[in-house]
Design a protein around this ligand. Structure first.
Ligand code: ZN
Length: 182
């Protein structure tokens, strides 16, 4: 497959897997908007052209949030993409707080590709929470998310300077927007 064909195949695969899922914001946008935004941010802000990184970005939530397996990812997209998606998949058998702690401690040892997807994932989540937060998230929970995302990103520094600068900006904007609220 050409690289473009691989990326289109990943978009088609992820769209099917996330079918019927919605983001938590007020408008309940289709879930697939999120992985598309993450991949777009990596390409446009991070200026990354590596097809494994971009494909893994499109697929990054499929194993964690849908019935997809890592074997299936490998069969469709190869062992390198599988490796990156595996690094981006939380173990859902663990309690939420433990999963969040593990993201912080595992980030520094993640591959460069996984760090780049983590950076863009946090950029998009912080942006969404700033402009269209989950309807049931009070200000304290949004602030906690921002502080936690900063800790994960600390472990990703050195992977892509433009993405790191973008994260610093969106998280500062997000925290500033909360400062005016109760
Ligand atoms: Zn994500």
């Amino acid at each position: 497959m050409s690289e473009l064909a691989t990326l289109l195949r990943a978009l088609e695969f992820a769209a099917h897997k996330h079918q019927g899922q919605r983001r938590k914001g007020r408008d309940g946008a289709p879930y697939i908007n999120h992985p598309i935004s993450v991949a777009d941010t990596i390409a446009r802000v991070g200026r990354v052209t590596d097809i494994v990184t971009l494909t893994a970005a499109v697929l990054h939530d499929t194993v964690e949030d849908t019935a997809t397996t890592l074997d299936e990812i490998e069969r469709e997209f190869g062992a390198e993409v599988r490796q990156v998606v595996a690094e981006l998949t939380d173990d859902k058998r663990l309690p939420k707080e433990e999963r969040k702690r593990l993201q912080v401690v595992s980030a520094p040892s993640a591959s460069r590709r996984a760090k780049i997807v983590k950076l863009a994932d946090k950029i998009m989540n912080v942006t969404d929470i700033t402009h269209d937060p989950p309807v049931d998230w009070p200000v304290t929970r949004r602030r906690e998310y921002f502080e936690w995302a900063k800790r994960v990103v600390e472990g990703c520094r050195g992977a892509n300077a433009a993405l790191e600068r973008r994260f610093d900006k969106v998280v500062a904007d997000g925290l500033a927007s909360l400062a005016g609220q109760a």
